[in-house]
Design a binder for this molecule. Structure first.
Ligand code: BGC
Length: 361
């Protein structure tokens, strides 16, 4: 099992290790050698625990290991604050700016401004559509969605569900990742709806991935479906937990499989309790390291060949896309073994026994 996670890490390392210098980019004002100082703008701390508990930690780890200066700030889901932070970072002399956009419009404004000031730019985790980032570093997000669709299907089969009604809690409509996740789970579930094997239930997108709003939305879905929802495709662990809270109110938790993403402490605990079917683990340490390597190279005036691009309209954006992994009850231990969360965090109180039962020692 540990081996499985190491394989992901190896894929990540291979991808990033495969970066090759390909000379400097003369059209790029950031190309002259500078002492790197990296600015990072995280999106919020509520849509997912990952931004503060994983991304900040692993980015700091990567920057410290490389001995570069950095400034990591969180826009707390405020687009005006996002732009103010970017302006301050540019004025403060960052050589590279890494953003997790709140939407493509404000993301683009920030990227274009940075570029005009000679600051190198990276789209971190979320692609800014129509943007100008020099690199995009993320996971294969369509595969994330595919793993969710396959996971839900596996759990429905295990529950012996016949013609299950499946509802969707999609991510934020302004997050390109949410679009990719949906394309992934649709590729698995739509053929089942079309073949009348599954029944398509209510579907809603959750603005800004707001977990509290997701609970209200799911409660409305359950009412609309007259209480008959047999599976919930929730796009991340926070949305999954919102659905589980409503299922609990209706004594349906554990009977209705729910998906997730991010391998958050809460998501892993929900899996151990049997209330959540699966989550998707993304090794953020690898993502942070890849982005850090690129930002440092850009500051030195080097341009790396990532060996991969992603299409954004007519633009081919050089990209690093890491491999996600599905996690079920028997593989929760792999996420802990990989150092993403600790046993102490996951196995508290009533979870201690569930952890022991799941082979977490
Ligand atoms: C990220 C997910 C996260 C979500 C909400 C997405 O762009 O890829 O990991 O759960 O945003 O923050």
């Amino acid at each position: 099992m540990r081996k499985g996670i190491l394989t992901i890490a190896a894929v990540g390392l291979l991808t990033t290790g495969g970066l090759t210098a390909c000379g400097d980019d003369s059209g790029d004002k950031a190309a002259s050698a500078k002492t790197p100082k990296i600015g990072v703008i995280l999106p919020d701390s509520k849509s997912s625990a990952r931004w503060e508990t994983a991304d900040r930690r692993f980015l700091e780890e990567a920057f410290k290991a490389a001995g570069v200066k950095y400034d990591i700030q969180n826009a707390q889901n405020d687009k005006t604050a996002f732009q103010t932070i970017a302006d301050q970072m540019i004025t403060g002399g960052v050589t590279a700016l890494m953003i997790v956009n709140l939407d493509s419009g404000t993301g683009k404004a920030v990227l274009d401004k940075a570029k005009s000031q000679g600051v190198a730019t990276i789209d971190y985790d979320r692609l800014t559509l129509g943007g100008s980032a020099q690199y995009y570093v993320s996971f294969d997000n369509e595969t994330v969605g595919k793993l969710q669709g396959e996971g839900l299907s596996k759990c429905l089969t295990e529950k012996g569900a016949k013609n299950p009604v499946v509802s969707y809690l999609n991510g934020s409509p302004t997050d390109n990742n949410a679009t990719l996740f949906k394309a992934g789970y649709d590729s698995v579930l739509k053929p089942k709806f079309d073949a009348n094997e599954y029944v398509k239930g209510p579907e809603d997108a959750v603005p800004a991935w707001d977990n509290a709003q997701a609970a209200t939305i799911f409660e409305q879905q359950l009412t609309k479906a007259n209480g008959k929802i047999d599976g919930v495709l929730a796009a991340n662990d926070g949305l999954g937990n919102a659905a589980i809270s409503i299922l609990k109110k209706n004594k349906l938790n554990g009977k209705v499989p729910v998906t997730g993403q991010d391998a958050s402490t809460e998501g892993l605990q929900n899996i151990l309790a049997g209330d959540q079917c699966m989550t998707v683990y993304k090794a953020v340490r690898e993502e942070a390291k890849a982005a850090s390597d690129l930002a440092i190279a850009l500051a030195k005036g080097e341009k790396k060949d990532t060996g991969q691009t992603v299409k954004d309209g007519d633009r081919d954006v050089p990209s690093v896309l890491l491999t996600p992994k599905a996690i079920y009850k028997d593989s929760v231990k792999d996420v802990i073994a990989d150092g993403y969360v600790t046993k102490e965090e996951v196995c508290t109180g009533a979870y201690a026994k569930l952890c022991a039962d799941a082979g977490i020692s």
